[in-house]
Design a protein around this ligand. Structure first.
Ligand SMILES: NC(=O)c1ccc[n+]([C@@H]2O[C@H](COP(=O)([O-])OP(=O)(O)OC[C@H]3O[C@@H](n4cnc5c(N)ncnc54)[C@H](O)[C@@H]3O)[C@@H](O)[C@H]2O)c1
Length: 249
C-alpha cells in the first residue's frame, strides 16, 4: 500500500520548486491532489506531471495573499474530493531589503503570503480535519526563521511566526489526531533564490557543512514522512530541518 494512498492533499505554491517537488512525491505516494498557485500556466505543467504519475489532480489558481485566495484551495478540495486530509502551506515569497529600507508595503506583502495565509488556510481546513479525527498540516518555514538573516528581517519574522503558530496550533489540536508540523529548509536551488547573486550563492555553499545547496526533491520526502502513517504519527509541533547542516537546533 502506498504511504499516502487516497489521501486528499492541498499543496499551495505547487507550480514551482519545493511545492512542485512535494506534489510529485505525493503523487508517487498515492495521494489525490488539489494543487494551488497564482501562476496558472506553470501550475498546469506541474499538475500534468503529477497526472502522468497516475494521480488524480485538480488545480486552483488563486493568490494566497488575499483571505479568499488562501481559503480557495481548501474549498476546492472539499468540493472535488469531499474533504481534506493533508494541507501543505508552502507558497512563499522572498524579497530583500535592510530594515531601514524596508517599506510598509514590502512588509505587508511578505507577511500576507508567508504567514497570514498559513493561518487562514489552516483555520479553513481544521473543521474538516477535526470532524474526521484525522489531519496533517505541514507548514514550510525556513531556517532563517530560526537564525535570522540580514536584509531579510521581514522574511525571518514571517518564518519564525510560522514556527510559533504551528507549535501553538499543534498544542490545540493534536489530541484530535490533527498533527501540525513545520519543515524549515536551508538553501535550496529553486527559482526563489534565482535573484541572489552567483557570488553570494557560492560563498554560502562553501560555508555549509554539506558544501552545497539542496534540491527541491531532497526536501519533498520530509513532507511525505510527516503526512504518512505510521512514520508521521509521533511528530507534533516539530520543525524538521533539511538544511545542509546550516542550523543545528
Ligand atoms: N528555496 C529556498 O532556498 C528555500 C529555503 C527555505 C524555505 N523556502 C520556502 O519554501 C517555500 C517554497 O519556495 P521555493 O523555493 O520552492 O520557491 P519558488 O519560487 O520556486 O516557488 C514558490 C511558489 O509559490 C507561488 N506563490 C508565491 N506567492 C504566491 C501567492 N501570493 N499566491 C499563490 N502562490 C504564490 C509561486 O508562484 C511559486 O510557484 C517558500 O515558502 C519558501 O519561503 C525556500
Amino acid at each position: 500500500m502506498k504511504s499516502l494512498y487516497q489521501r486528499r492533499a492541498v499543496i499551495t505554491g505547487a507550480a514551482s520548486g519545493i511545492g512542485a517537488a512535494i506534489a510529485l512525491a505525493y503523487a508517487d505516494a498515492g495521494a489525490r491532489l488539489l494543487l494551488c498557485d497564482r501562476d496558472g500556466a506553470r501550475l498546469a505543467l506541474s499538475a500534468q506531471a503529477c497526472r502522468q504519475r497516475g494521480a488524480e489532480v485538480f488545480e486552483c489558481v488563486s493568490d494566497v495573499a488575499t483571505r479568499a485566495g488562501a481559503q480557495a484551495g481548501i474549498d476546492a478540495c472539499v468540493e472535488a474530493f469531499g474533504g481534506i486530509d493533508i494541507l501543505v502551506n508552502n507558497a512563499g515569497l522572498l524579497t530583500q531589503a535592510s530594515c531601514l529600507e524596508l517599506t510598509q508595503e514590502m512588509w505587508d506583502e511578505l507577511l500576507a503570503v508567508d504567514l497570514t495565509s498559513v493561518f487562514v488556510a489552516s483555520q479553513r481546513a481544521l473543521p474538516h480535519m477535526l470532524a474526521q479525527r484525522w489531519g496533517r498540516i505541514i507548514n514550510i518555514a525556513s531556517q532563517l526563521g530560526l537564525k535570522g538573516g540580514a536584509q531579510l528581517s521581514h522574511y525571518a519574522a514571517a518564518k519564525a511566526g510560522v514556527i510559533g503558530f504551528s507549535k501553538s496550533l499543534a498544542l490545540e489540536v493534536s489530541a484530535h489526531n490533527v498533527l501540525v508540523n513545520v519543515i524549515a529548509p536551508g538553501p535550496i536551488e529553486t527559482p526563489l533564490v534565482d535573484g541572489i547573486s552567483q557570488e553570494w550563492k557560492e560563498a554560502k555553499a562553501r560555508e555549509l557543512p554539506l558544501g552545497r545547496f539542496g534540491q527541491a526533491q531532497e526536501v519533498a520526502p520530509s513532507a511525505v514522512l510527516l503526512a504518512s502513517e505510521p512514520g508521521g504519527n509521533l511528530f507534533v509541533g516539530q520543525t524538521l530541518g533539511p538544511n545542509c547542516g546550516d542550523v543545528m537546533p
